[in-house]
Write a protein of this length. Sequence first.
Length: 258
Amino acid sequence: MKHAVFFDIDGTLLDEQMQVPKSTVTAIRRLRENGDFAFLCSGRTRVNIYARELLEDIGFDGIIAGCGTHIEFHGDVVFEKTIPQEDIGRLLALLGEWNVPVVLEGRNYLFADLEDFRDDPYILNLKQELGERFCPLAQYDAINKFTANWRKGTKEQMIRELSGEYELLFHEGQYVEGMPKGISKATGIQWVCDYLKIPHENTYAFGDSVNDLEMLRYVGTGIAMGNATDDAKKAADYVTASLHEDGIYAGLRHFLLI
């Protein structure tokens, strides 16, 4: 019976310089050569998953993007969940009232006003990388999720006003991800396993941060990177080595998947 292994991207596969360790490439290639499935499972929406090191050098059977809002298998889109347009209008009105800058994240485009992120090198780099696929906020179209930089005093307001419509994930560094209610990396994994008829006990996931917690708890075996947050390590069944210490290779070897 086949296994399915799900990999977060940032802090798990990619380091701060957007590089993948050679041992990780070798490990995932061997995993697939053994007949098992390998999936990307990221908070990034599909437009922001473009690294050649991931999509070409390694190669994956599928992608769960946008924290479970978009799923691909062998290049075909098999699931898509977007936020209703009328809900986006209310969201933007509230965030504007609270002076909270936001990036709206879709399958094909990201939407944000760069003047709200003048001191954020990550957003400025995204604009450079995505070019015309990074658009002004007012041009928003189909949106899978959002990321906002909450400020002091607004976290409680966001929970009170938005938690009925969105799954909210608050990260260290004062930013929050928002997905449609009931959607997460875990629901994306469940959908894939139903689709491929993979038994729950044959599922594994590697992650490192707050948006990986439900995924790590849901799968048969959750594996936290050695560089993971304390919460991710507590949610996992096993803690492997860090990204730079061949953590993916070591984790797959530990569970005899390669």
